[in-house]
Write a protein that binds this ligand. Structure first.
Ligand code: APR
Length: 167
């Protein structure tokens, strides 16, 4: 898997799938969740509602997949990151699971390229340097015969420099 680091808006990225930092309700929110729903349109929410009625909420660390609606991608993989609570309540393991479960779901749908935002580092308050290391290790440690490219899309300079220093 080729790993790239970009600075920009994930709703503009043309990978087959983009990953959303969602919340358990799957009904949208602020941050990247709000941007994806705004840009992708109602089709994404419709799919999320169908998932909700089928399986209920999305647990922290889990991932679900929907259409990407009007976005350049074909799919949105919604994953729920942990809220930072000091780092001793399983946050690293849960964040790691967000990346691994998103990659697994991509493979199940034969998706060859996907882009991640910096999950949990906004509203959920996960320290960016610690989250970057977890994300980097999770993706670098994942070996796939299907996925060819993973892009980390950083929205701010701090995340961009943190990821760039890990490469
Ligand atoms: N493209 C890429 N990254 C973005 C974008 C965007 N358009 N908008 C925001 N980000 C970045 C933020 O700067 C941050 O680095 O996404 C990262 C994750 O921040 P949040 O979106 O706040 O997500 P998170 O910290 O995981 O909190 C999730 O916020 O929006 C709600 O419904 C969501 O309740 C959930 C919570």
């Amino acid at each position: 898997m080729k790993i790239q680091i970009l600075k920009g808006d994930i709703t503009k990225i043309e990978t087959e799938a983009i990953v959303n930092a969602a919340n358990s309700s799957l009904l949208g929110g602020g941050g990247v969740d709000g941007a994806i729903h705004r840009a992708g349109g109602i089709a994404i929410l419709d799919d999320c509602m169908k998932i909700r009625s089928r399986q209920g909420k999305c647990e922290v660390g889990e991932a679900v997949i929907t259409t990407a609606g009007n976005l350049p991608s074909n799919y949105v993989i919604h994953t729920v990151g942990p809220v930072w609570n000091g780092g001793t309540k399983g946050e690293p393991e849960k964040l790691h699971a967000c990346y691994v479960n998103s990659l697994k779901l991509a493979e199940e749908h034969n998706i060859k390229s996907l882009a991640f935002p910096n999950i949990s580092t906004g509203i959920y308050g996960y320290p960016k340097d610690l989250a970057a290391k977890v994300a980097w290790e999770a993706v670098n440690g994942y070996h796939s015969e299907i996925i060819e490219k993973v892009i980390f899309v950083c929205f701010d300079d701090e995340n961009y420099h943190l990821y760039s220093s890990l490469k």
